[in-house]
Design a protein around this ligand. Structure first.
Ligand SMILES: Cc1cc2nc3c(=O)[nH]c(=O)nc-3n(C[C@H](O)[C@H](O)[C@H](O)COP(=O)(O)O)c2cc1C
Length: 195
């Protein structure tokens, strides 16, 4: 698949088949983070990989699903695995370095996951303390992002933004299948200069 086609296919998914994701596949996805660029090459991000049923069902409640719309996934639509990114920022690098490193790692992992037939999302770790105690990780670490991983049951369809409305919407097709419509601005609206 061409790189642009893979980028277009790699969307945010919020409902999944209720099946396990093998640790071997999580390790393949992790390679995307392994070879990411890193500010000053400090490599201060750390990762927790889990496909444990009990941990996954708790993590499902430690993030906010689809804050823009009323629909929320049910527990039988939950993902089969998560990768969580942490930092203890030992070098006290500026926050823009941390967030940029985190974004690069997330997107690299998303591209690999998509190429393996999985769907993912990037989610704010809202209940940070709960996540640290659930995973038995020292408080010197901060959870930066949570990435659910599973076989998606929603198809994401990119549309054009109309009337400046960028809200995504969801159509229930029955039997846990959905269309999710995601408006994107045009290239002309994004580019403010070109010489
Ligand atoms: C920084 C960031 C934070 C996000 N946080 C959440 C989140 O907490 N919950 C959620 O359901 N989706 C979250 N998303 C997914 C966005 O809503 C999604 O990227 C957006 O609707 C566009 O859809 P697309 O990724 O398919 O293009 C997040 C995405 C990004 C980039």
């Amino acid at each position: 698949m061409k790189i642009l086609d893979l980028i277009k296919k790699a969307r945010s998914h919020r409902s999944f088949k209720n099946i396990a994701v093998p640790m071997d596949d999580l390790m393949k996805i992790m390679e995307g983070a392994h070879f990411s660029s890193a500010g000053a090459n400090k490599q201060f991000l750390r990762y927790f990989l889990t496909n444990d049923k009990n941990i996954c069902s708790k993590l499902f409640k430690d993030v906010v699903w689809a804050s823009q719309i009323q629909w929320k996934p049910s527990e039988d639509e939950a993902p089969g695995a998560y990768i969580i990114i942490f930092t203890n920022n030992p070098s006290k690098l500026p926050l823009n370095f941390i967030y940029t490193d985190c974004g690069i790692a997330l997107q690299n992992m998303k591209l690999i996951a998509t190429s393996l037939g999985y769907g993912v999302n990037f989610m704010e770790p809202v209940k940070k303390d709960d996540i640290l105690s659930l995973l038995e990780i020292s408080k010197e670490y901060t959870p930066l992002f949570v990435m659910p991983i599973g076989i998606p049951t929603d198809d994401v369809i990119l549309t054009e933004v109309e009337d400046e409305n960028m809200k995504y919407s969801r159509e229930d097709l029955g039997s846990h299948h959905y269309n999710q419509f995601v408006p994107k601005l045009s290239l002309e609206e994004l580019i403010i200069g070109k010489k």
